[in-house]
Design a binder for this molecule. Structure first.
Ligand SMILES: [Zn+2]
Length: 109
């Protein structure tokens, strides 16, 4: 029989089909929220930013134009359909603005 390497952390081995991490908590979305999201996608099947730049990509995410964290509303007028790359880019820009504002706030104290 071949030599087995020593086991660290007990004798139990993980089965191939077992999760290594706990399952992510499913975000609870109300029926009204689902309906509102479906409405935006139905009205804007193509990413708004891509469309403005002459590209056609499917809407994958319903985005708050003015983020809720910045006081944006949850109304239809503040929502737009975006593809994942555009949403990622927008989120990144928003995080940069947040960081800059925090930095400025720190400087004034
Ligand atoms: Zn896009």
């Amino acid at each position: 029989m071949p030599m087995q390497p020593p086991r660290i952390g007990g004798t139990r081995t993980r089965k191939a089909w077992e999760q290594t991490r706990p399952m992510p908590v499913k975000r609870v979305r109300g029926r009204a929220g689902q309906k509102a999201r479906a409405q935006v996608i139905a009205e804007e099947p193509l990413c708004r930013i891509c469309l403005a730049q002459g590209r056609t990509r499917m809407t994958e995410i319903v985005d708050h134009i003015k983020p809720l964290a910045w006081g944006g509303s949850d109304e239809r007028s503040n929502k737009q359909g975006l593809c994942v790359p555009c949403h990622d880019e927008k989120s990144k820009a928003e995080r940069a603005i947040d960081a800059e504002q925090r930095r400025r706030f720190d400087l004034t104290r």
